[in-house]
Design a binder for this molecule. Structure first.
Ligand code: OAD
Length: 236
């Protein structure tokens, strides 16, 4: 059985990372679309750096830890006999910290910086700025950007996602508002006989496309749903 899981900001909400479109989804009064674009970075790099510096610092706070939903997915992956693939829209590293192995961060990773010239990636835990020295040549300043996908840029790993979607027998979407494409369209890419389960606090624009749309917090429903699937032998 091939399992494909898609996660969004809702899975990390109970770990203390604010979602994008929740009540506190605005950052200092900015809509994400105004800070998370190549244009914004070209116009106001300091502002964009500040936005991601703040998120990076928050992610590195000792209070921020994976929750029961992240852990349940990692445990499930370890037990699962068939293929398991986790696609996350989140730029935090909570799935990896929980022990998930097959993770594709389709919108990038906050704890990586990318060279604007070569595309080379560097593990990054510090603030970035327009004067940050390049790790390879400290005389070169300000040529690093956050390794995150901005609006108008191509998400990472689309081909792998498409393959996983067409091969999936079980697709579970967790904590995503299903308004940002192509992630929101994965539910349309899976086979007709693929079982589709959505877990979210609220209904979403794609809820009707799922066989089951479960309402509640991910930290409760993800462990519960995975245990139910395993106990009915749907998975193994
Ligand atoms: P959103 O902030 O748009 O949506 C979060 C979803 O999680 C909402 O549907 C909530 O109802 C749900 N939710 C919140 N708390 C939850 C909980 N405890 N348990 C279950 N569900 C919960 O986040 P995403 O869908 O991830 O892209 O946003 C998609 C993309 O939009 C992001 O990756 C980001 C943003 O623009 C880029 O930056 C490229």
């Amino acid at each position: 059985m091939n399992v494909l899981v898609l996660t969004g900001a809702g899975i990390s909400a109970e770990s203390g990372i604010p979602t994008f479109r929740g009540a506190n989804g605005l950052w200092e009064g900015w809509r994400l679309e105004q800070v998370a674009t190549p244009d914004a970075f070209a116009r106001e790099p300091d502002l964009v750096h500040r936005f991601y510096n703040e998120r990076r610092r928050n992610l590195l706070d000792s209070q921020i830890r994976p929750n029961a939903a992240h852990s349940a997915l990692a445990e499930f992956e370890k037990r699962h006999q068939g293929n398991f693939f986790l696609v996350t829209q989140n730029i935090d590293d909570l799935h990896q910290r929980a022990g998930s192995r097959q993770v594709l961060a389709m919108h990038g990773e906050l704890l990586k910086a990318r060279c604007l010239d070569s595309g080379e990636l560097f593990d990054w835990r510090q603030d970035l700025s327009t004067t940050t020295p390049h790790p390879r040549d400290p005389s070169v300043l300000g040529r690093l950007r956050p390794h995150v996908v901005w609006f108008g840029e191509m998400p990472i790993g689309l081909e792998r996602i498409l393959t996983a979607a067409t091969e999936a027998d079980l697709f579970i979407a967790i904590g995503t508002s299903a308004v940002v494409y192509p992630a929101a369209g994965i539910v349309n890419m899976v086979k007709d006989n693929c079982r589709r389960i959505e877990i979210n606090l609220e209904s979403t624009p794609t809820s009707d496309l799922f066989d089951e749309s479960l309402r509640g917090p991910a930290s409760v429903l993800v462990p519960q749903t995975l245990a139910r699937l395993e106990s009915f032998g749907i998975d193994h």
